[in-house]
Structures are given as structure tokens and as C-alpha cells.
Design a binder for this molecule. Structure first.
Ligand code: PMP
Length: 428
């Protein structure tokens, strides 16, 4: 089995990245007590400033971190993440996505899991591994700005592809790709189209959810035109089940990189997420992490591991279901209040999940002057649609309104202000 050839995808810098000689034997050092430890710069655990950490759950239950776990949490650990956490995440991923690459014993493309400092860190590292100046990333009409902020300063571009309520449209994507000669073996299209980036559930900002049929059609194009798929599923665990199959579930070739995070289900301050990447890419991800973050906070991983051990997979999924139900109630409230104030002034599509209502101001070409002018003056904050488009001259009639935090009363106030300002524009 030869597997995917990642060499045409890697940036010039990434191609030169090799594993850190200091970190490579770390796993063995950690697990095998028979080694004479003259190599690593590990501090003496006896000197750590904490002997216990108390965890209390919302229902008052106390959770104990064992002293062995606490030492592990305060010590350096393998860059890919704490072994027990990786085992849990592997079981969880098998259960939720059943990656086809795991069904072929010895597959060179088998996906591996590395923890990251949130999905953001995963995103940054994956894009950083791929991009040379001039490269192109495919994405929908509107893209999470922190991804644009990685791509654009590198002299790379985002090719926005038109989307409907099921995701980017395969015929639009194919029409774009057909402009380039078909890639030969070991080539990417045009020498520069490296990947397609999407948020397949409760998209930030549009709220759309990619259907399975759409994912299959896009995967087929990825295969034909040889690009990777970066599946940033930050809102996956908030979505109502059953869910459509993920890109990872469809990935027979090992071209999907999946980003998950505990930010929305546990807490963003942990800064713990995980990347599920085909082996060839995983190796490079670990190598770059060895010399950048060196890994994700071991203490945070240990706290999360303690929670996950208590809950088990079922308990964790039940917890996520509760969190998801909370945000669905916030979404319903937001839409109800929006309907009351903004009917005839704005429209929107009901989001599948996530935390955002993507609202189009009617009769407005660009929401920016209103958002940064009258609405800001009246302390009503939202994000202008142009923030989600590559290019400084972008204009958009949309705004992204978050329903995760504002109370019903604040939403009433906010939507009433928006309505007043939109009416004033119409009168002018
Ligand atoms: N991806 C998307 C689509 C997001 O909306 C966010 C959070 N706003 C992130 C990634 C980053 O999340 P994390 O806290 O896990 O880094």
C-alpha cells in the first residue's frame, strides 16, 4: 500500500521540518521506567508547587485528580497529547465517525489524533504546513475570519465558492476547478490549490449544515482534483442528533483533516481541542508542534481526562446534548425576537446549530457603516459580514449576531435598536 503522497501539499518550510531530536524519544522516556534518564530536561516532580487540585462539578460532586495524574499533568508529556486522553478520543472518534482508514489494517493513511490548543491552533498549524505564497484555499461565500487571517498575510488567497443551505455548491466548485489543467500524479491542481476549508455544522458565520450528499459530491471532487479537506467541526457536539456523516467518515483515501474542540462543550479557557489527521500529515503536525507549543497544557488535558473518565463516552455525549439543547433554546429565542422586530427589514435562514444568526439587512449594500457607526454608538455590538470575506474592499449586507450570551431582554433591546436604525436609513 503506497498511501497518499503529501509532498505536493506541504509548504517549502514544512517540507524541511524534521522531528525534534529532543522530543522524539519522549514517549519511551515517559512510559518505560527502566531507562536511565540522562536525556530530557524534565523538572523534578517533588518540587512542583501543587500536591492536589480540587474539582467540584455544578451539582456539588467532588472529583479527585489522583496524585499520579496530577504529577503527569504538571510534567512535560508527549507532544501529541496525554496517552490516556488520546485513547479516549480515539474510541470516541471510532464511535462517532468510524474512519474508513481505521478499517484497513496497516493502512499508511490511517488517521491519528493529536491534541491542539483549541481548534484554532489546529487550524493554524494545518494551514501553516500547507501554504506557500500564491497558494489557494477553497471555501464558502463567507469564512471564519481567523482562518482568513492565517491565509491572507501569507500572500495566499481564498477562493470563495457559492453556497446554498447545504454547503458550497459542487457545480460551482467544479466550474472553478475546470479552469485549471487536471493534476497529474504527485501534483495539486494548478500547483497551488491545496485544500477546501469548511465548518460543516452550524457554520460560523452562516449557520448552515453540509448534508451527506453534498459532502460526498465534494469529496469526489477533492479526489479528482487532488485537494485536502479541512473539516473544522467546532460546533459538532452542539448539533442535534442524528447528524450527517462527517467528511472524516467518508475519507477512504486519507485526505481529510478534522478539527474538534472542547471549547464549546467544556470551556474555551482549557484551550484543548484535537486534530484527526492522516498519518503523513500527522507526523508533520507533531513535528511542528514539538518546537512551537510543545503540546497542549497537560494540566488542562488531565482535568478533561478526569471528567471524561467519570462520564465515559455516553456521559460525555449526554452532557453535549444538554449543552446543545441550551443553545437551541437561545437560538429559538433569538429568532422569535428577530422576527418580532426585523420582519420586512432583514431576513435570515434558520441556523442548523452553532451560536450565530446570519442576518441580511434588506436595502443595505454594506452593513459596515451601520455596524461601526450608529449601532456601535448605541452600544449594540455585532460583526459585519465583510469580516468574513477575503479582501479589504469587501462589502456585505450581512451581520453575524451571536445568541450564545445575550439574555432575552438584551436581545429585545438590541433588535429594537437595529430595527430603528434600519428604518431611519429607509426614511433618508
Ligand atoms: N473554528 C471555528 C469555526 C470557530 O467558530 C472557533 C471559535 N470561535 C474556532 C475554530 C476556535 O475555537 P477554539 O476555542 O477551539 O480554538
Amino acid at each position: 500500500m503506497s498511501g497518499m503522497d503529501f509532498s505536493p501539499f506541504f509548504s517549502k518550510v514544512a517540507a524541511r521540518v524534521v522531528p525534534s531530536p529532543l522530543r522524539e524519544f519522549f514517549d519511551a522516556l515517559q512510559t518505560d521506567e527502566t531507562y536511565i534518564k540522562l536525556a530530557g530536561g524534565l523538572p523534578e516532580p517533588e518540587l512542583f508547587p501543587l500536591k492536589s487540585v480540587a474539582l467540584t462539578l455544578p451539582d456539588g460532586t467532588n472529583l479527585e485528580i489522583s496524585s499520579k495524574d496530577l504529577v503527569a499533568g504538571l510534567q512535560y508529556d508527549a507532544t501529541a497529547g496525554r496517552k490516556e486522553l488520546i485513547v479516549f478520543l480515539t474510541d470516541l472518534t471510532k464511535r462517532l465517525h468510524d474512519p474508513p482508514t481505521w478499517r484497513t489494517p496497516g493502512s499508511p493513511d490511517a488517521h491519528c489524533i493529536m491534541t491542539s490548543c483549541g481548534a484554532q491552533d489546529g487550524q493554524y498549524k494545518v494551514l501553516d504546513l500547507l501554504l506557500n505564497e500564491g497558494d489557494i484555499i477553497l471555501a464558502g461565500d463567507y469564512v471564519y475570519p481567523n482562518v482568513l487571517a492565517v491565509i491572507i498575510p501569507r500572500g495566499c488567497s481564498v477562493q470563495h465558492i457559492h453556497s446554498d443551505e447545504q454547503g458550497i455548491m459542487p457545480d460551482h466548485l467544479e466550474a472553478y476547478l475546470r479552469q485549471w489543467p487536471k493534476p497529474g500524479p504527485g501534483q495539486v491542481t494548478g500547483g497551488k490549490i491545496k485544500a477546501f476549508y469548511c465548518v460543516p455544522n452550524g457554520d460560523n458565520p452562516t449557520g448552515i449544515r453540509y448534508t451527506e450528499a453534498r459532502k460526498k459530491a465534494l469529496y469526489k471532487l477533492a479526489s479528482e482534483y487532488n485537494f485536502l479537506i479541512i473539516e473544522d467541526d467546532a460546533y459538532y457536539f452542539l448539533e442535534q442528533r442524528p447528524l450527517y456523516k462527517s467528511f472524516l467518515s467518508l475519507d477512504v483515501e486519507g485526505r481529510v483533516v478534522r478539527l474538534d474542540t472542547f471549547s464549546k462543550t467544556l470551556a474555551p479557557g482549557f484551550r484543548v481541542g484535537y486534530v484527526t489527521a492522516p498519518h503523513g500529515l500527522y507526523r508533520k503536525l507533531v513535528a511542528v508542534s514539538q518546537t512551537s507549543t510543545q503540546g497542549t497544557s497537560n494540566l488542562c488535558q488531565t482535568i478533561i481526562l478526569t471528567l471524561l473518565r467519570k462520564w465515559g463516552i455516553e456521559g460525555f455525549l449526554a452532557h453535549c446534548e444538554n449543552i446543545g439543547a441550551y443553545y437551541r433554546r437561545r437560538r429559538e429565542a433569538c429568532e422569535r425576537i428577530a422576527k418580532k422586530h426585523l420582519t420586512g427589514l432583514a431576513d435570515w435562514r434558520s441556523p442548523s446549530g452553532g451560536m450565530f444568526l446570519w442576518v441580511r439587512f434588506l436595502g443595505v449594500q454594506d452593513s459596515m457603516p451601520l455596524v461601526m457607526g450608529q449601532l456601535l454608538e448605541r452600544k449594540c455590538l455585532m460583526v459585519t459580514g465583510s469580516a468574513f470575506v477575503a479582501g479589504t474592499d469587501a462589502r456585505s449586507p450581512y451581520v453575524r449576531i451571536s445568541f450564545s450570551l445575550a439574555t432575552d431582554r438584551k436581545m429585545e433591546e438590541g433588535f429594537a435598536i437595529i430595527a430603528e436604525e434600519l428604518k431611519k436609513i429607509r426614511e433618508d
